[in-house]
Each structure stands twice: as structure tokens, then as C-alpha cells.
Write a protein that binds this ligand. Sequence first.
Ligand SMILES: [Zn+2]
Length: 312
Amino acid sequence: MRVLAVDLGGSHATCALVEDRTILDRRTVDFQDSRTLAPLLAQIAALLRELVPHDGVPLSGLGLGFCGQVDARNCSVSSTNGKFVDAPGLDLRQWVHREFGLPLRLENDARLALLGEGYSGAAQGETDVVMFTLGTGIGGVAMMDGALLRGKHGQAGVLGGHVTVALHGRLCTCGALGCAESEASGWALPLICAEWPHFSASALAQKEINFENLFACADNGDPVAREILDHCLRVWAAAAITAIHSFDPDVLVYGGGVMKRADVVIPFLQDYVARYAWTPWGKVQVRAAQLGNDAGLIGVIPLFQQEQHLVR
Ligand SMILES: [Zn+2]
């Protein structure tokens, strides 16, 4: 099967021609943080046209991974988080039909990444998986019995970064209080550090505050950095337990920038869930994602192959 795939992030779009488990060709365009999508569609269509092959092999469709809440059944964007605020009003299905004469499948980008890891990556062959993305924000999506969990309003299983981990926590971008994302993500890290006791004594206070530097300072034995890193690991672990108790997975897959330090994160989470998750049937496996940013592009293939994924 061959498809066109678009991974639409907050500041860029990656367009690709995908055949089964292989990305045959790709183009990326940066948007410099455009807040609206409509003016960018012509640019995306032009890139996609460069990718359309002329060898007579038909395309099955176009799959679009969107960085917001999506109504997959109706092929529409239901809510955005400050990015592409006009997207809910756009008829993307009509746009794809007009430009390429192809059917459109629209899905949340994190859900597509999980489909990709399940088709060709860390969760290949698995049917019950939760995937977290640890980075600037925290994404969390769930697959049960081989089908993506979507729910009546398209929100089920997709808000894994927005489970409550702190009763008296800080305000999150989603509007809730004490989410995993507001207690241990890239955007929250400077806020966490600013409130941490004796932070000014840490070597991290002299550096740009990000996870790479936090891990480096903790590696050097900086006690405050070690405390903050331990806090973040425990937040991610608490979200993992909540996901296990909610969705009954065999496997947890972790992607995102923080996984550059999978050597620290994966063993911590594996040990934590083995100790604290209530799973009398056995132990949930914790794995690092394998496909990186390609996951969402390759995930378009199973999106078209397995129509049952569109069933609630
Ligand atoms: Zn939140």
C-alpha cells in the first residue's frame, strides 16, 4: 500500500510518500509559528505534489496527523491548543479531494505515532499499548484490543499528559491543575526550578533550563538537580500507573526528546511499574520508541489498512 502522509506540528509540516514500512521520499516546510492553517495549505499541497509518483502505482489516500484534538470519524479538527486556531472550521476532506482526488484520514498526531510504533516499531505485534511522549509537553495515547481508543468526543485515551498528579499543583495549559504536563514537562521545568528550595545553589541555575542540562547536572552529582530529576521521574511514573490502571496495556512505549536519556528513564519506569502497578496477570513492559519522528508518517499505513481503527 502507498499513501501520502502529512505530520503537521506546531511550527512545521513533514510531507511524505510512504509504502508499507518505508518512507520513500519526504519534504519538510517550516512555518515560523503561524497561528493559522488556511494560508499554509497551498504550500503543503505543492510539497505533496512533488512527492506524487508517476510509476502507475495507485495511492490509497492521504493521512494527516494533526497536533490537536481531532474528530477522526468526521475528518475534522475539534480543538487546538493555540496552534492553527482556524483548523476546526476548515473542510480538510474537501481540500484533499480537490487537490489530489484522494480520501483523507485525519488523526491526532500522537495517535498516529502509536499506530506507527505498533506497525513497525517498539510495539510491533502488540494489541494493547499506551504510548507517552515526553518533551516540551507530555502526550499519552492508548490502544486497546488493537484499536485506538477515541471515545464519544474523540478525547478518550489521548490526554495522558493531563492526568492529575498533584492536588495542589500549578495551572496547566489545558486549564486543569496539577497535570503530569504542568508538573514535569519541558515548558514547566523552568517554573519547577524557580520554586525548588535552594535552586540558586544548583549548577543548573547557571545554565539554560532544559532536560538535557538537568540530566547532565544530575550526572555530575548536583544534589538539587538530582532532586528535581527524581521529582520528574516520579511524575512520569505516576502517569504510567494511572495509564496502566485505566487502559490495561501489555506495553508502555516512550518517545520524545527526553528519551535521549532512555538509559535513565526506561529502567526507572520499568522498576516503578513492576513494584506499584496492580497487574496480577504479569508485568507491563516499558520500552523506548524506535521510529522517532517517522512514527506518525508510517502510522498512516495502518490507519488506511485497518478500518476497524476508526471504530470507537
Ligand atoms: Zn493539563
